[in-house]
Design a protein around this ligand. Structure first.
Ligand SMILES: Nc1ncnc2c1ncn2[C@@H]1O[C@H](COP(=O)(O)OP(=O)(O)O)[C@@H](O)[C@H]1O
Ligand SMILES: O=C(O)C1=C[C@@H](OP(=O)(O)O)[C@@H](O)[C@H](O)C1
Ligand SMILES: [Mg+2]
Length: 183
């Protein structure tokens, strides 16, 4: 029987949780392709995420994001990492139902630290910690709504996080604890 293409896993979570980094390593470990929705958006638009925010504004970015994520969910067989705000769309949340959605979590201080640098227009300038906290408060229920499994990345190497995700995907148990962590 022919099964339609669908991602092996979809990574969601706030900026700096490690979606891009861990997604790439997870794909390598599973020997499947990796795509990052932000990168797909940049390729489709021919400009960077900060440029899209500056030129077209956040609502236009979200519309492009919704379209790109929908297409990836239907056509891509591999590990797919989303941008931190993709779950703001109720349409995207509905499309994520039934997928192996991995919610990566991180605390505020470490999330802010990891999100520093260029490329995240929503967090550029001002009181970044307050903005990051507000973003988490708004989005935490949305990440929880779509999550099949939730994995902490706080004070854990990306290798350990990847092992835990692989154990959960392979066992089909969203709460399985990685043997690497049992000591
Ligand atoms: N488990 C981890 N421990 C320490 N640093 C990490 C971890 N995962 C990711 N990072 C670092 O955090 C930063 C942001 O990671 P990234 O994958 O871009 O996050 P996201 O895509 O969720 O915004 C990068 O510099 C990355 O190297
Ligand atoms: O949280 C957000 O709204 C955003 C997160 C970014 O992706 P990362 O979560 O990979 O940083 C990127 O999609 C864009 O800057 C908006
Ligand atoms: Mg990313």
């Amino acid at each position: 029987m022919n099964h339609p293409a669908r991602p092996v896993a979809v990574l969601v979570g706030p900026p700096g949780a490690g979606k891009t980094t861990i997604g790439r390593k997870l794909a390598r470990r599973l020997d499947v392709p990796f795509r990052d929705a932000d990168q797909m958006i940049e390729e489709a638009e021919g400009r960077s995420i900060p440029e899209i925010f500056a030129d077209a504004g956040e609502p236009a970015f979200r519309a492009i994001e919704e379209r790109v994520v929908a297409e990836a969910l239907e056509t891509f067989s591999g590990v797919l990492s989303l941008g931190g705000g993709a779950v703001l769309s109720a349409t995207t949340r509905a499309r994520l139902r039934g997928h192996r959605v991995i919610h990566l979590t991180i605390g505020v201080a470490e999330g802010v630290r990891r999100s520093r640098g260029a490329g995240r227009p929503l967090l550029a300038g001002g009181d970044v910690t307050a903005r990051y906290q507000a973003l988490l408060t708004e989005r935490a229920p949305l990440y929880r709504e779509v999550a099949w499994s939730t994995v902490s990345t706080e004070r854990r190497s990306s290798g350990k996080v990847v092992t835990e995700i692989v154990d959960r995907l392979e066992s089909g148990d969203p709460h399985a604890r990685s043997t690497a962590d049992r000591s």
